[in-house]
Every structure is written in C-alpha cells, then in structure tokens.
Write a protein that binds this ligand. Structure first.
Ligand SMILES: *Cc1c(COP(=O)(O)O)cnc(C)c1O
Ligand SMILES: [Zn+2]
Length: 412
C-alpha cells in the first residue's frame, strides 16, 4: 500500500491494530474496524520556525494548521483563540493557589464544539460532501448548523427530544433541519450510524470523527501558547464522548515532540456529573473499561453520553497522566455555576459547573498540591441553557412596600 504524504499528515493510524492507512474517506480501520486517527510527520518541524508561523497565523484555531489534518477552508466561522484568565477569587473559594479559566464559552456558537466542527467541516469540503450532519446533546447541533450556513452546505442535526429548546431553536434559525428523536442520546447516535451507511453525508462526530476530534486539540495548544509556550501543571476536562479529553493528551504529546513547550508533566483530570459518569466512575473504581450508563439523568445534558466513543481511552489517559476524577451531584453543579458567576463574572452552562465542582472535590481530597497551576476547561456558555429557576425568588407586586418586605436587607 502506498501512503501519500499530504501536508503534515502521514496517514491514518488504527488505535487498535496500529496499521497505518491512507488518508482517504475512511473513518475506521480497514482491517479491524477500530478507530483511526491522523498521524503527523513532525520530524521536519523546527520549534523556532513553527512558533513564528503560528504567531503570524490568524487569531483562530487555524493558527495551528501545521498540527491539524486539513488546510483552512476559504471561509469558516472564526472558532478558537478564546481568553485564558487567572481566577484568584474562585481560587480562594476553592483553596487552589494558581487557578486559571480557559473561557471557551466565547466561540461563535457559544461552546467549544465550534472547534471540532471547524475541522470536520473543512474535511467535508475537501471530500466534496454537500451535507453535514450530527447526533448532538445540544451544543453540537448549533455548531454544525452555523458552520454549514457559513460554508454553504446543508445541515441535518439529530437531537434527543429532551434537548434544551434554546439550543434546538438556534440550530433551526441557522437553517438546519432539526430532527428531534424519542429516546436518549445513545439511541440518536445509533440512528445516525444506520443512516450514515446509505446517505453519504458527513456526520461530523461519526464518519468525520478522525478530523472532528483533532479540532479539540486546539484548546490545549492555545493554553500553552497563552502561558508563554509552557504547559500548565493540571487541566480539568469535562467528558461527554471523551474526544476533548483524549485529544488534550495528543496535543500535549505533539507540543513536546515539536519542542514548542519544555517537556514537563501535565495531569489531566476528568469531570462528569454523577447521573452520567461512566468515565469518572471507572477511574475512581479502578476499572479498565467503562460500564455504559443506560439512562443518563443530569442537569448537565451536554455530558449525557452513556456509552462514550472515547470512554476507555479517556480512562487510560487520565491514569497515564497521573490525573484524577470526580463524579459530582446536580446540586453541586448548580451551586458551582453560581459560585463561578459571582466570583469571576463568567456564566457557564452546567457542563462548566461540573468542572468547577470537580475542582472543588479534588481540592478537598488533597489531590491538588500547593502551588500547582490548574486550568479549568469552561466549554459551554450559560446564556443558552442556564437552569436559572433555582436562583430566582418569586415575583413581587410593583410597589415599594412589597419590595422592602421581600428584600429586607436591601436598604442596609
Ligand atoms: C460536547 C461537550 C463536552 C464534551 O466533549 P466530548 O469531546 O464529547 O467529550 C463538554 N462540554 C460541552 C459544553 C459540550 O458541549
Ligand atoms: Zn485496526
């Protein structure tokens, strides 16, 4: 078999049987049907030239094009290059000395999903596909719909019927066909698997998954660049399918291999809600393989994936990095969202609360040593799905007495 070297990518390597295969339309191994992922030829890259090239690049994730599997498309949404900010007030509240927030709530459709979708859409265009599609827990639907609009493609997004209305409505507004399906996300995912076989569409998190997942690396690339080309000591990552967590490890490996950062340990910890915690339970209970969760039940709907595609790989990555995990309750998640908002002025959806609550749990357990530089991944914006009702008091009559009796402390 001849392997054509195509940009920085040497081919697609099977994660199960390790055979290197051509970078064509395939998305699973031709020998064992295992997952494949792009392998890069990093030998020729010199860290000084690479840093300069990245520095000259756009203020989007495409600045990392030398470490991505597709060339930037002519037109795309400007995903990435989001702020990394210190969080001293939240750090005080949690007992973490050197705490930072990667505020990925500020992407074009308000979640980090714009990153994987940017790369998957670039690949769909390379393959000449006219329709992109996805199975989504909410955020992916909006990201796919908006990316399709910008690229001039059709979009079909499949969501569980329980998905938050704000997320579904924005996908429809971007012009996607929104297909609401009875049942859990895992059922929706299976439906998409069945449809993908005959439709030939680009299902971003299925038939384009090797490319989709690579977009997730850029979050860690940015953190390292924003810290002056150094790795943080510890990152806390929310886990749905596990693509973001596993590609955080890939990103670290590539930064070290190209000399962009000094080789130093970076622990990767996993955050999941107790109502859907296949990965974090496996880490904490010492299992090697995840046990699928039949009926996820959590306020953090974007993490409600009971049978995660990169679940076992996530468990392995957390262990190998020396990271930890916590499974946090819905009450802790809601409280953590409010704590973050009032200490740092950042409003996240429940997935962000899962990460903050996990940081608190790890700090309490003594799993965050003094002086460790910790970065929290905040992946979704609270302005499209914050469970506000829990924080709101009953309405009052429009008169001053009613105000003073309902808010006796206000005039103090
Ligand atoms: C999808 C999603 C995640 C999880 O990403 P995976 O790569 O599927 O693990 C985390 N946070 C938010 C807000 C998401 O939408
Ligand atoms: Zn294989």
């Amino acid at each position: 078999m001849t392997i054509t070297i195509d940009g920085p990518v040497r081919g697609l390597r099977c994660r199960s049987c390790a055979v290197l295969q051509p970078r064509d339309g395939r998305f699973v191994c031709e020998h064992c049907l295992g997952a494949v992922e792009p392998e890069y030829d990093l030998d020729g890259l010199r860290s000084r030239e690479l840093r300069a090239e990245i520095g000259r690049g756009p203020r989007t994730l495409w600045r990392y094009a030398p470490l991505l599997p597709c060339a930037p498309p002519a037109r795309g949404l400007d995903a990435g290059w989001t702020p990394l900010v210190p969080a001293p007030h939240l750090g005080d509240a949690l007992g973490i000395d050197d705490l930072w927030l990667k505020d990925d709530t500020r992407n074009p459709t308000l979640s980090f999903k714009d990153r994987p979708v940017a790369v998957a859409t670039a690949r769909a265009l390379e393959l000449g596909q006219d329709t992109i599609a996805c199975a989504s827990t909410g955020n992916l639907a909006g990201a796919v719909a908006a990316a399709a609009a910008r690229a001039g493609l059709r979009a079909f997004v499949f969501v569980p019927e329980t998905t938050e209305e704000a997320k579904v409505a924005s996908a429809a507004a971007y012009g996607a066909t929104v297909v609401r399906v009875r049942g859990s996300y895992d059922r929706v995912n299976r439906l998409c698997g069945a449809l993908a076989d005959d439709l030939g569409w680009g299902f971003v998190n299925f038939t384009l998954r090797p490319y989709y997942a690579e977009g997730s690396k850029t979050l860690l690339f940015e953190i390292a660049e924003q810290l002056g080309w150094r790795l943080p000591d510890h990152v806390i990552v929310p886990v749905g399918s596990g693509a973001l967590l596993t590609r955080t490890a890939t990103a670290i490996r590539q930064l070290v291999a190209t000399g962009l950062v000094p080789d130093a340990p970076c622990r990767i910890s996993a955050a999941q809600p107790a109502g859907c915690a296949p990965v974090t339970d496996a880490v904490q209970d010492g299992w090697r393989a995840v046990r699928a969760v039949r009926e996820p039940a959590t306020v953090a709907r974007s993490l409600a994936i009971g049978a995660p595609a990169d679940g076992d790989a996530s468990v392995a990555v957390v262990r190998a990095s020396g990271g930890s995990a916590a499974s946090v309750s819905d009450a802790e998640v809601t409280e953590a969202c409010a704590l973050l908002a009032r200490t740092e002025g950042v409003l996240v959806e429940p997935a962000g609360g899962v990460v903050v609550a996990t940081a608190r749990a790890l700090a309490r357990r003594g799993a965050i040593p003094a002086g460790e530089r910790v970065v929290l991944y905040l992946t979704g914006n609270g302005h499209k799905g914050f469970p506000a009702r829990t924080l709101l008091a009953d309405p009052i009559e429009p008169d001053a007495d009613a105000f003073h009796s309902a808010y006796p402390g206000a005039a103090a």
